[in-house]
Design a protein around this ligand. Structure first.
Ligand SMILES: [Zn+2]
Length: 342
């Protein structure tokens, strides 16, 4: 039975791959494919043990994606330039590809930028401006670090808020497996970001002796990295809010403005290669947020999958989220693309 299932899976994957390849090869009217990445970590990086697998690409895979996109005839472009040319009616290649990185991880500089330079490929990094130059990380990574640390008492009073999201796992002691921790992170998304961050702050200050890796090197991009990467005009910076708060969890106009227009002012104040393009955290959109984005930005990236024809609204850009798990071979990469174009 398992053999039949894996055979079926193989054929479905192959069919999607062939379909994806055909759609890309036959693209005639100007089409833009936007690829989304998060973290770039070498295969042997210890940080992989404390990160959601769907967040990571290896530098080798990133480079293979670039070469493969070129072999299909896709021209790497700056996202803002493609949009500008489209809007002014300039000639565009039949197939373009824009590389984007969400969140502003420092590994983008350490391991992604060398690949971009070597291949001379432009990219946009969507920054969470309130985190630049801090030693902070995002709450899912803090939760994973907590749950992956051996010997944490999950019944500790400071973790009471976490209990409802642990399910059966609450009866076990840490370390939990990466998959278990990943599942708990997904469940926690029922809470709003500020609440989770506040809980974690209290918990980690109490459990600080137990949680390892507390004083690591910064994991978020620093000003110096940003400056260096913008030097050759290969990397530009877009907006991904001030604190990575999901917009559908914000209740007031002020809170939305802080995240949306506040992030844009931060970018402008950095005085680097910034572009007025917004990227919705977690893909969560609300009417109020959408309105503010439309009033202040040139375009917005969503987490909807698919390619972009010239007719697509600049504020509804579709992308393909790639990681080692869904794109480490040409067949899986094409299947990931083909599946959402079917
Ligand atoms: Zn993000």
């Amino acid at each position: 039975m398992a053999t039949i299932r894996s055979l079926l899976k193989f054929w479905a994957l192959s069919a999607f791959a062939v379909f994806g390849w055909l759609r890309l090869k036959l693209a005639r009217s100007p089409t833009l494919i936007i690829l989304t990445y998060h973290r770039v970590l070498p295969d042997n990086s210890g940080e992989r043990e404390q990160e959601q697998p769907g967040m990571i690409i290896s530098p080798g895979n990133l480079q293979r994606h670039i070469k493969f996109a070129r072999s299909l005839g896709a021209v790497p472009v700056h996202l803002d330039e493609w949009l500008r040319k489209k809007d002014t009616g300039e000639t565009l290649p039949a197939l373009s590809v824009a590389f984007t990185f969400d969140d502003g991880w420092r590994d983008n500089y350490l391991y992604g930028y060398p690949v971009l330079r070597q291949e001379q490929v432009p990219a946009t990094i969507f920054l969470v401006t309130g985190m630049v130059d801090t030693g902070d990380t995002f709450w899912p990574e803090t939760v994973i670090r907590l749950l992956r640390t051996p010997g944490i008492n999950l019944n500790d009073q400071s973790l009471e808020w976490l209990q409802p999201y642990l399910g059966d796992l609450g009866n076990y002691s840490t370390p939990l497996s990466l998959l278990e921790a990943d599942e708990i992170v997904n469940r926690l998304k029922d809470l709003d970001d500020a609440t989770i961050i506040q809980h974690l702050k209290e918990a980690t200050s109490r459990l600080t002796a137990e949680i390892n890796g507390g004083d690591q090197a910064p994991v978020i991009l620093q000003s110096q990295d940003l400056k260096e990467m913008s030097g050759e005009n290969l990397v530009k910076y877009g907006a991904h809010t001030r604190n990575h708060f999901r917009l559908n969890r914000l209740n007031s106009r002020e809170a939305l403005e802080e995240q949306i227009t506040g992030c844009l002012s931060d970018l402008e104040a950095m005085n680097l290669n910034s572009v007025p393009i917004f990227c919705y955290p977690n893909g969560d959109i609300t009417d109020g947020g959408e309105q503010l984005v439309a009033n202040h930005y040139q375009a917005a990236c969503t987490t909807k999958t698919g390619w972009n024809r010239a007719s697509r609204s600049n504020f509804d850009l579709h992308r393909f989220n790639l990681h080692d798990g869904n794109s480490s071979t040409p067949r899986t990469l094409l299947a990931t693309i083909g599946r959402s174009l079917a």
